[in-house]
Design a protein around this ligand. Sequence first.
Ligand code: FES
Ligand code: FES
Length: 164
Amino acid sequence: MNISFELNGKKVEADVPPRLTLADCIRHHFMQTGTHVGCEHGVCGACTVIVDGEAVRSCLMLAVQASGAKITTVEGLTPPEGLSPLQASFRKHHALQCGFCTPGFLTTAHALLTQEPDADKERIRHVLSGNLCRCTGYINIIEAVYEARSAYARTADSRKRTQP
Ligand code: FES
Ligand code: FES
């Protein structure tokens, strides 16, 4: 089936089997290998991408279901000049070791803070509870996301100011 969607700001197209997952499509058709595949059944969160503003497990979604959507992977969160404030906060707080889970944490946290820049630690913990990390532990990750909130609050303020 022919599908097209926006991936990290660019229109992309592919001819895919109907049963191909969005995760495999992103990785193998478009070589955005930052999206990791761990459990392949919706448990670990490593494959999380942002689909039309919502954090979605790309191993549970078919590529054909994404037709017409706007998709952001961890590559799309990274500005050309370096790390985003959220990524820089992960580095500062030592919120990763092997990094396998990190793309899923970053995309999930980005979707959360974009919608709720004032999320408190309890809310952050709750939303990230569906992402598994086997080596870092969660305290540093929660701290990193919590500290990055100010960057999202600034973005939300500037959006409000530019609205008529
Ligand atoms: Fe998708 Fe684990 S690979 S949730
Ligand atoms: Fe290794 Fe999370 S940093 S699994």
